[in-house]
Ligand binder design. Structure first.
Ligand SMILES: Nc1nc2c(c(=O)[nH]1)N(C=O)[C@@H](CNc1ccc(C(=O)N[C@@H](CCC(=O)O)C(=O)O)cc1)CN2
Ligand SMILES: Nc1ncnc2c1ncn2[C@@H]1O[C@H](COP(=O)(O)OP(=O)(O)OP(=O)(O)O)[C@@H](O)[C@H]1O
Length: 194
């Protein structure tokens, strides 16, 4: 039996490995371009929703060009403000001319009005084929997906795939994971069984 304590330990170890692996890699411009194109395709499956995007941290794919493209296509784009630990993220409306304020953990957020996204693009350190994700360990996105009950689309480079992400009681499953190579989703029957 896997006890919760053991899961937290395995998560910490995998986080450390993935952070180290990231230091060895360039964020390839070509891979990032492919990832943004696939994300746009995945978002088009939800034609009317407000999109919770994210401002990049070092080593992550840069979704800023995607934010601009979505606004150009008439979508509302929101970006998260990193709240105190233990709370869900707060999404604020973003426009290409929004002032960006610096927040916790080196993140940036716009000074726009607070809103409710229908789809959230979720950053991650590692993912698996069951659409489980490992984040930075703040539990922010798990809390946010649980609170807002919206669609979660994870995004990552293909090298971030692992065989099994350790899954804890509060981990919220993603609806899709998008890489520069593919859009991963579970068949409906398997989704219902989760
Ligand atoms: N771009 C981006 N924004 C995001 C997240 C994210 O993963 N990516 N978050 C996802 O939850 C939230 C911020 N949560 C975070 C929680 C902890 C750390 C953290 O421990 N950072 C380390 C350095 C990280 C590294 O070396 O890679 C630190 O500050 O020491 C960062 C972000 C909201 N905004
Ligand atoms: N909805 C929730 N309610 C209570 N505790 C939660 C909830 N979601 C996550 N947690 C707790 O938050 C802590 C961090 O969670 P976890 O290790 O899964 O973070 P993460 O998903 O890697 O981080 P992030 O989502 O910020 O990228 C864990 O102790 C977890 O049990």
């Amino acid at each position: 039996m896997v006890v919760p304590h053991d899961i937290d330990q395995r998560k910490r170890l995998l986080r450390k490995q993935m952070r180290e692996a990231r230091l060895q890699r360039d964020v390839g411009a070509e891979a990032a371009e492919g990832l943004r194109a696939n994300l746009l395709r995945a978002i088009h499956a939800y034609p009317h929703g407000r999109v919770g995007c994210v401002w990049p941290l070092p080593g992550e794919a840069d979704l800023r060009p995607l934010c601009h493209e979505l606004v150009r296509q008439g979508r509302d784009v929101l970006l998260p403000e990193t709240t105190v630990r233990g709370e869900a993220l707060l999404f604020r409306l973003w426009h290409p001319h929004s002032a960006m304020l610096s927040g916790r953990f080196g993140t940036f957020h716009p000074d726009g009005a607070v809103g409710h996204p229908d789809i959230i693009l979720v950053p991650l350190l590692a993912f698996d084929r069951r659409l489980h994700r490992l984040g930075y360990g703040g539990g922010y996105y798990d809390r946010t997906l649980a609170a807002l009950k919206c669609h979660g689309i994870g995004f990552a480079f293909s090298w971030q795939e692992v065989a099994h992400v350790p899954v804890g009681a509060y981990d919220w499953p993603l609806d899709k994971v998008v890489t520069e190579h593919e859009v991963l989703a579970l068949p409906t029957m398997e989704k219902d069984a989760r």
